[in-house]
Design a protein around this ligand. Structure first.
Ligand code: GLP
Length: 263
């Protein structure tokens, strides 16, 4: 695993966007795994800017998102389909038919999850999976005790996640956060050829230290990324506050030739 510490959230987001852009330039028919959450918004806006400037082209790109709430239709402003359209897909030259999220409105959720896995397989698997981390330690919506071999499935959200994402739902407008979601499994995530995790802000300092430097445990699904042999984690200084090997990460980034173009 490579851990890169950037001074600010903005510089961490810019680096993540640049790595994704370079992957797309190297492979125009890239299959991208995408994540939602506040952390990713600027990454998507930066990619959209690069697309507008003609620096990157999404016309052959396919995407698969990690997760979607159960019971929210695409047009609901709290659905992850809505988030993705708003922050990325409506701003770039991607063919929407190549963009995939689980359908949280499906009558048969189990069949929907199986269909999603099949679609990913038919696409040749995910080349580059973007990940955030939730305060519960989740990647996607893989809450504590998700098996490291879990696949796409319906899950129940923890109180920590309900508290983290609840404020996005406006009770005055009758919006209610679902307590269930469909998510790629931890095993599904680990099948991606590369992982790119982005974590910013001081409220994530404890959980990211556990995920990166703590023992691998299904109590912290994010710790499963330690099993992946091509994984880059970008954190800002605030999120890096509790990491014990900060100096080592700084020197590795400063010295390793593979990072030369990003320094
Ligand atoms: C959400 C998503 C995750 C995301 C995480 C972090 O619930 N299911 O995929 O990584 O929470 O969100 P944020 O960036 O808003 O902290």
């Amino acid at each position: 695993m490579d851990v890169i510490i950037r001074p600010t959230a903005e510089s961490a987001e810019a680096l993540a966007a640049q790595i994704i852009a370079d992957a797309l330039k190297a492979k125009p028919n890239l299959t991208l795994g995408l994540a939602t959450g506040a952390t990713m918004e600027n990454v998507y806006h930066k990619l959209a800017d690069m697309n507008k400037k003609g620096e990157i082209d999404f016309s052959l790109c396919k995407t698969f998102n990690l997760d979607e709430y159960v019971g929210l239709p695409a047009e609901d402003r709290n659905s992850y389909r809505y988030y993705m359209n708003f922050h990325l897909f409506d701003r770039i030259n991607i063919d929407k038919r190549n963009t995939h999220l689980e359908d949280g409105m499906a009558a048969d959720l189990e069949a929907e999850c199986a269909r999603y896995e099949e679609m990913m397989e038919e696409a040749g698997g995910v080349d580059l999976q973007l990940l955030g981390i939730g305060l519960s330690g989740h990647i996607g919506f893989n809450e504590p005790l998700s098996s490291f071999s879990s696949r796409t499935r319906a899950v129940n959200l923890t109180p920590v996640t309900m508290a983290q994402n609840g404020p996005y739902f406006d009770a005055a407008k009758g919006e209610k956060m679902p307590n269930r979601a469909l998510t790629m499994g931890v095993g599904t995530v680990l099948d991606a050829k590369k992982l790119l995790m982005l974590v910013t802000g001081k409220r994530k300092a404890d959980i990211i230290a556990k995920a990166l430097e703590g023992p691998m445990t299904s109590m912290v699904s994010g710790s499963a990324i330690q099993l992946h042999d091509d994984c880059t984690v970008i954190v800002d200084e605030e999120a890096a506050a509790k990491l014990t090997l900060k100096e080592y990460y700084h020197s590795a980034f400063a010295n390793d030739p593979k990072w030369a173009k990003y320094r």
